[in-house]
Write a protein that binds this ligand. Structure first.
Ligand SMILES: [Zn+2]
Length: 482
C-alpha cells in the first residue's frame, strides 16, 4: 500500500478582503465594524424594489491598487454581473459580482517559506463584489439577521492551484495580507472577518499532472485553522483514495474543536447561479490616465524592501521577509538602523523579543526608535551581554527611557575583565568538585553547567565568551597539576 508520502496536495485559495471605503459599494451607508445590528442599511442595500445602485468609484480604485500591487493585468473594460441565489442574509436574492470580465487578472506573488524555499504563486483574477449580511444564531431564541455588512465592498483574490503544502498556503496568505496592508486598501483583520479564506484542495500521486476532484472549505478565519484544515483534509482524501473510494466534490466545514472537516453540501460541476450582466449598472471603463494615477499611489512594497535589506544589511531572505511583513515594523526597523552600527542585531531582537511581546496584529512598539537603537548599540559593543539585552528590552517595554542610563543605574554592565572572571571561575571550580572531576574524565558537556555557576554569581552579567575561555584554561591547568 502506498503511503501518504507518495501523494501531493494541490491547493488554490480564494481570499475575500473587505475594502476600507467609508461607504458601501452601491449606496451611502457607512461600513464601520461593530455597529448595532441593522443600523447601517438603506433601501438600496436591503434590495427594496425600485431602488438603483450607484457604483462607489473609490472601491474600484482600491481593487485596482490591489491588482497592481500583486502584478496583475488591469482590464480597461469590465462589467458587473448578478449572481443569483437565495439565502436569508441576502435580501436582494442576488449578489452583484463579476464573472467573465474581472477588474484584474494574471498576476502573481512571490513567497518564502520558513525552510527557505522561494516560490511564485499565480493569481488568476481579482474581482469586485458586495458582501452579504450576517446570520446570528442564538440557541434559545433562534436566528437573527444583521444586514449591516450587506453591500460592503469586497475583492475576491483567486490564486492558481500552485500551492503544495500548508506552509506554502500560510506563506502566501501572510504575504498577500502584507501587500494589501502596505497599499492601505483594507485592514485585513481576520478576527473581524475583513479577510476570509476558502481553500480548494485535491490530491494526486506525485508525478501526475491531471487534477483530482477537489473539495472546498469555506470562510476560514485564522492562519492557524487554515493550516490545520489543510493537513486534515489532505490526510482524509489520501485515505479515501487508498481505500478505493471516490472523492466527492463538495463544500466541507472545518470544526475548530475537533480539528476535522465535515461534509456540508455536495455540488455538481458548477453551481448554477444564472449569472447575467446587471442591467442597472453601466460597464466600468478604466482610462490609461486613471491607471497611471493609481500606480503612483502604490508605496514601496515588502518585496522591494526585502531585497534592499538582504543586499544592504546581509540579512537572510527569510529574516528580511519577517521584518518587512508589517509596514509599521519595517518602518520602525529603518528608524532604528539609522542610529546603530548593528542592523542584523536589531533585526534579530525585533524578530524574537519584539514579536513575542507584541500580541497578534498589534504593531505599536512602546520604545522610541532612538532608545531601541541605544540598546542595540550597547549589545553590539559588548557593554551588555545578550541575556541582559533582552532583560533591558523588557524593562524599556514597561517604561521607555534612556537605556544607557538604565543600565548604569541598575548595574547591568557586562563584566569583560578577564582577571575578575578568572577569579570567580576559580571559586566555582573549588566549590564544584564533582563537575570538575566529570570534566576531567572527559565529560566536557559539564562546561556549560560550570559557566552557568559563574553567571549565577555575577547576576548574569559575565561575558559568556570570556568565562568559557577562562574556565577551560583553569580546568586544564588543574588537570595538569592533578
Ligand atoms: Zn445602504
Amino acid at each position: 500500500m502506498a503511503s501518504i508520502a507518495n501523494y501531493e496536495m494541490v491547493i488554490g485559495l480564494e481570499v475575500h478582503v473587505e475594502l476600507k471605503t467609508a461607504t458601501k459599494l452601491f449606496c451611502n451607508c457607512p461600513t464601520t465594524f461593530g455597529a448595532e445590528p441593522n443600523t447601517q442599511c438603506c433601501p438600496v442595500c436591503l434590495g427594496m424594489p425600485g431602488t438603483l445602485p450607484v457604483l462607489n468609484e473609490q472601491a474600484v480604485n482600491y481593487a485596482i491598487m490591489a491588482g497592481l500591487a500583486t502584478n496583475c493585468q488591469i482590464t480597461h473594460f469590465s462589467i458587473e454581473d448578478r449572481k443569483n441565489y437565495f439565502y436569508p442574509d441576502l435580501p436582494k436574492a442576488y449578489q452583484i459580482s463579476q464573472l467573465d470580465l474581472p477588474l484584474c487578472h494574471d498576476g502573481y506573488i512571490d513567497i518564502e517559506t520558513e525552510k527557505g524555499d522561494a516560490k511564485r504563486i499565480g493569481i488568476n483574477r481579482i474581482h469586485i463584489e458586495e458582501d452579504a449580511g450576517k446570520l446570528i444564531h442564538e440557541d434559545s431564541k433562534g436566528t437573527f439577521i444583521d444586514c449591516n455588512r450587506g453591500g460592503v465592498p469586497l475583492i475576491e483574490i483567486v490564486s492558481e492551484p500552485d500551492i503544495r503544502s500548508a506552509e506554502e498556503a500560510n506563506a502566501y496568505l501572510q504575504k498577500l495580507r502584507a501587500i494589501i496592508l502596505y497599499t492601505g486598501v483594507s485592514d485585513c483583520k481576520m478576527n473581524e472577518g475583513s479577510m476570509r479564506c476558502d481553500v480548494n484542495l485535491s490530491v494526486r500521486k506525485k508525478g501526475e499532472t491531471s487534477l483530482g476532484t477537489r473539495t472546498e472549505m469555506k470562510n476560514l478565519n485564522s492562519f492557524q485553522f487554515i493550516m490545520k484544515a489543510i493537513e486534515y483534509e489532505f490526510k482524509r482524501q489520501v485515505e479515501s483514495v487508498e481505500a478505493g473510494e471516490a472523492i466527492v466534490q463538495e463544500t466541507r466545514r472545518f470544526d475548530q474543536q475537533s480539528g476535522k472537516t465535515f461534509s456540508m453540501r455536495t455540488k455538481g460541476d458548477a453551481d448554477d447561479y444564472r449569472y447575467f450582466p446587471d442591467p442597472d449598472l453601466a460597464p466600468i471603463r478604466i482610462s490609461e490616465e486613471r491607471l497611471r494615477d493609481l500606480s503612483s499611489k502604490i508605496p514601496v512594497l515588502p518585496d522591494q524592501r526585502k531585497q534592499e535589506y538582504v543586499k544592504q544589511y546581509e540579512m537572510t531572505p527569510y529574516a528580511a521577509e519577517q521584518i518587512t511583513m508589517q509596514k509599521e515594523i519595517s518602518d520602525y526597523f529603518e528608524a532604528v538602523v539609522e542610529n546603530t552600527n548593528y542592523p542584523v542585531l536589531a533585526a534579530n531582537l525585533i524578530q524574537t523579543e519584539v514579536m513575542r511581546l507584541l500580541t497578534q496584529d498589534e504593531v505599536d512598539i512602546p520604545i522610541s526608535a532612538a532608545n531601541f537603537a541605544g540598546l542595540v548599540q550597547m549589545t553590539g559593543d559588548g557593554k551588555i551581554n545578550s541575556s541582559t539585552s533582552k532583560k533591558v528590552l523588557n524593562m524599556l517595554w514597561e517604561k521607555d527611557q534612556n537605556p544607557v542610563e538604565l543600565v548604569r543605574k541598575e548595574g547591568l554592565e557586562q563584566i569583560n575583565d578577564k582577571d575578575e572572571l578568572i577569579e570567580i571561575a576559580r571559586q566555582v571550580v573549588t566549590e564544584q568538585p564533582k563537575l570538575t572531576a566529570d570534566y576531567r574524565k572527559g565529560k566536557t558537556a559539564v562546561l556549560q553547567a560550570l559557566v552557568g555557576q559563574v553567571m549565577k554569581k555575577t547576576s548574569g552579567r559575565a561575558n559568556p565568551v570570556i568565562i568559557k575561555e577562562a574556565m577551560v584554561e583553569i580546568l586544564e591547568e588543574t588537570e595538569e597539576q592533578a
